[in-house]
Design a binder for this molecule. Structure first.
Ligand code: VGL
Ligand code: ZN
Length: 206
């Protein structure tokens, strides 16, 4: 066995949506989104489990502005499950934009969880779709592995990371968001709003 015999705590690193479309040059690029890659890769060694999430939309996905005639990207619409931002087309299943950034070390991943594949509903969180009730299966996986503590990193802080952190806290996990290993979209103050919501839910922002 390589390295010292160390016992890792039952803690998972959940790496959210580090995909080409969320990095500079991508369809829904997050400023500096690729700056977090070295830190995320380095952090993987410190965890019992590493989970990657992958935003994975069909081309006719309801979150794409282009599928709502006349709607502008970044405008809001009402969905049966609540209000929803209409995004530029991004992370289409099988496209280069949906692939993980080439610099992300995917070898260490125990599980890749795809989300947002149902045409009629968006899915920011790694745990539930945006109706907050359709499960992705991640909770069962982590429970089966006896993992109660989660550290989250990735893109974007104020959407997929924050929704994942809030759901995880609601499910009873002890949750830390590594803000230094996240980058935000920050749409109309969403970074401040979601940071407040995470703190109020007992999520540690570090
Ligand atoms: C995300 C908007 C749309 C994210 C995904 O990963 O934060 N944001 N789809
Ligand atoms: Zn998406």
């Amino acid at each position: 066995m390589a390295g010292p015999d160390k016992t890792l705590p039952d803690e998972a690193l959940i790496v959210i949506d580090v995909q080409n479309d969320f990095c500079p040059g991508g369809a829904l690029a997050v400023a500096d989104g690729d700056a977090i890659l070295p830190g995320i890769n380095a952090a993987m060694a410190d965890f019992t489990a590493v989970v990657l999430t992958q935003d994975w939309h069909p081309a006719d996905h309801a979150s794409f502005a282009e599928n709502h005639p006349g709607a502008a990207p970044f405008s809001m619409t009402d969905m049966p499950y609540g209000s929803q931002v209409l995004w530029p087309r991004h992370c289409v299943q099988g496209s280069a934009g949906a692939e993980f950034h080439a610099a992300l070390d995917t070898r260490r991943a125990d599980l890749v969880i795809r989300k947002g594949f149902r045409p009629a509903i968006d899915s920011y969180s790694a745990f539930f779709e945006n109706d907050r009730s359709t499960a992705t299966g991640l909770d069962g996986y982590l429970r089966d592995r006896g993992i109660n503590r989660l550290v989250l990193a990735g893109l974007a802080t104020d959407f997929c990371v924050a929704f994942s952190a809030l759901d995880a806290a609601r499910l009873g996990y002890e949750v830390t968001v590594r803000m230094d290993l996240c980058r935000a979209i920050d749409l109309d103050g969403s970074l401040a709003t979601m940071s407040d919501q995470m703190r109020a839910a007992g999520v540690r922002l570090s």
